[in-house]
Design a protein around this ligand. Structure first.
Ligand SMILES: Nc1nc2c(ncn2[C@@H]2O[C@H](COP(=O)(O)OP(=O)(O)OP(=O)(O)O)[C@@H](O)[C@H]2O)c(=O)[nH]1
Length: 590
């Protein structure tokens, strides 16, 4: 599937969570390395670089000889192919800008050498986008000639206009199908990718020719069964955009629902990515390998961790795909045993029994995926197929009337006109083209230039959808994976301490922890155990307990080392030394 949006995710702008507060210099240093390496460039990038170099040379006119290709490309890379900014920077760097004292940097953060140079040149920069064209006059000096050629180059970019739609009305009029986002979780090798590949193949999202091609590729490495697993990658942005995105995303629709599949990596080293996937999902599909010993191994491994994270994120319904039933001859007793043990585990993690759906299936053959199993050994099962269960699942209430809250799951480079794009689920509220949004914790605004939902350009998006927003008027340094985007007139507060209702998965006492709000996280600690609560009524059972046992609910005070954007009703995941120890529901600022 070729990228329809023209968006390239060649270089994710997200960084280690630890460096959230690092200064700009480090950020730009990383950028330069990427540019110099050059290898990670897509064909689109290379083409933009080639055309950009030509345009810059033209703009520099006779000064062009002073700039090497390398310098031009460095500037283009840094400025996301923005020609005017690159020329401004180069002009100053080459010392051909009209001389003027550099203004003092007012910013608290140290500006990079790129920005320092550009800001000097900006003082004399020609008309910028949207400004009235200046009267032509005869250029005499080299600087003036250059300024004139840059002026010619400037595109008169229209400002982003809002249609001022009443998005809630538009949504109601649109008759959109219900939207369901699910994350596929489970232990490594339990068959997540194969199952999703089968689902997409049987739904004809991928055609026979493509699957044959994948099968051929898989046969060359002696693993023909991998073909189905590769479907996810094949149709996902990951392969088509030729880059590594953290969460592979695919879409399909049935008569009544549009689904988004979020495929989170199963490996334990990728738990933060799994958290990011889960933060966009309405419910998880947990894949369990029914074959002997595999289920047991998984329960000790990522199966458990993934369930706890999904629950911590507030997900209430879960579909458990008991996979590889072909390997146990569709044994009813094996299915019943797994269902019983999983129910015990899931209810301990606070899932309600009536919201758990178990389905025996085989991803590799497609039995009970969208087609009912016909094997006589499986006649004991008369329940739903996976697709039926997906269509019938109850979805969370969408809060369209509340202020905008969007958890940023992915940050990437857009095209020349919208150099920065983000995607993530709208947790509440609505947005439309032309809206100004506030990015937290950076506390910087941006304008939404265009919106895509499931690769289709749209004017607006609402809670429950996972749009891609192409932004303008913001420096990419201000947005990272895990950030919160909200309405500037109703921002989320940045807090350093808060009271939380905590569901403990492990023993919890006052101790150092890591607090995740989506993927944004901070070290901190459980400062006080205020009370143990009745799990169902929320009444105080015991004041100031010394310890909280697994399965118990308590009111605790959480202290953070760094401020996080959290407000009442938001969920946090509490982890300690790489394990998820509790799920927190924010009550108020402490
Ligand atoms: N017999 C049988 N094998 C299966 C079935 N589903 C998947 N497999 C095999 O199990 C292995 C792992 O499948 P994957 O789909 O790659 O598993 P995964 O959970 O996506 O693995 P990670 O992406 O590494 O987390 C592959 O060799 C598959 O062919 C099934 O229903 N029956």
């Amino acid at each position: 599937m070729p990228p329809k949006s023209g968006v390239s995710r060649t270089r994710n702008v997200g960084y280690d969570d630890d460096d959230v507060y690092d200064d700009d210099d480090d950020y730009y240093e990383a950028g330069e390395d990427g540019a110099e390496a050059g290898d990670g460039m897509t064909a689109d990038d290379k083409e933009q670089m080639r055309v950009g170099t030509m345009q810059i040379r033209e703009a520099l006119g006779e000064m062009s000889g002073f700039a090497s290709d390398e310098q031009i490309q460095e500037a283009l890379w840094h400025y996301y192919y923005d020609i005017a900014k690159s020329v401004t920077y180069l002009k100053n760097k080459l010392g051909i800008a009209p001389k003027q004292e550099a203004p003092r940097q007012e910013k608290a953060k140290t500006a990079s050498r790129f920005d320092q140079a550009a800001s000097v040149a900006d003082q004399n920069a020609p008309a910028t986008a949207g400004s009235t064209p200046k009267k032509k006059r005869n250029a005499t000096t080299n600087g003036e000639k250059l300024a004139e050629s840059v002026e010619r180059l400037n595109v008169d970019e229209p400002r982003v206009r809002s249609k001022n739609l009443n998005v809630v009305d538009e949504f109601e009029k649109s008759g959109l199908k219900r939207m369901a986002n699910f994350v596929v979780v489970g232990h490594v090798d339990h068959g997540k990718s194969t199952l999703m590949g089968r689902l997409l193949f049987d739904l004809k999202v991928i055609d026979q020719r493509s699957i044959d091609k994948l099968r051929k590729e898989a046969e060359t490495i002696g693993k023909s069964s991998f073909a189905l697993a590769w479907v996810m990658d094949e149709t996902s942005e990951e392969r088509s955009r030729g880059v590594t995105v953290d969460i592979a995303t695919n879409y399909f629709e049935t008569d009544n629902t549009r689904f988004t599949i979020l495929d989170a990596p199963g490996h334990k080293d990728f738990i933060p990515n799994m958290i990011s996937g889960a933060s966009q999902a309405d419910f998880p599909v947990l894949v369990i390998d029914a074959s002997t010993n595999s289920f047991e191994a998984g329960l000790k491994g990522q199966t458990k961790e993934h369930i706890l994270i999904a629950r911590s994120m507030g997900m209430q319904h879960i579909i458990v795909a008991v996979n590889k039933m072909d390997t146990v001859s569709w044994s009813k007793s094996r299915f019943d045993d797994i269902s019983k043990r999983m129910t015990a585990f899931l209810t301990e993690a606070s899932f309600s029994e009536k919201r758990i759906t178990f389905i025996p299936l085989a991803g590799i053959t497609g039995e009970n995926v969208i087609k009912r199993v016909e094997n006589s050994a499986a006649h004991w099962y008369t329940g739903e197929t996976l697709l039926e269960a997906l269509e019938h699942i109850e979805l969370p209430q969408r809060d369209l009337q509340k202020p905008l809250r969007l958890s940023v799951a992915d940050v990437f480079r857009g095209d020349i006109r919208s150099p920065l794009s983000i995607s993530g689920r709208i947790d509440s509220g609505t947005l439309q083209v032309g809206d100004v949004i506030l990015a937290l914790p950076a506390n910087e605004t941006a304008t939404i230039k265009s919106i895509e939902v499931q690769d289709t350009p749209v004017d607006w998006a609402v809670a429950g959808q996972i749009p891609t927003l192409h932004l303008t008027d913001i420096d990419p340094v201000h947005l990272r994976q895990g950030d919160m985007v909200c309405a500037p007139n109703a921002p989320v507060k940045l807090v350093k301490a808060f009271t939380s209702k905590l569901l403990a998965f492990e023993h919890v006492l006052p101790m150092p922890v890591e607090v995740f709000r989506s993927t944004l996280n901070s070290p901190g600690g459980i400062r006080t155990l205020s009370a143990r609560l009745n799990k169902f009524t929320g009444e105080v059972v015991k004041k100031k307990p010394r310890i909280i046992k697994p399965g118990e609910v308590a009111r605790v005070v959480v202290q953070l080392e760094r401020e996080l954007p959290i407000e009442e009703g938001m969920r946090v995941v509490i982890r300690e030394r790489g394990r998820t120890v509790g799920a927190g529901l924010m009550e108020n600022v402490a």
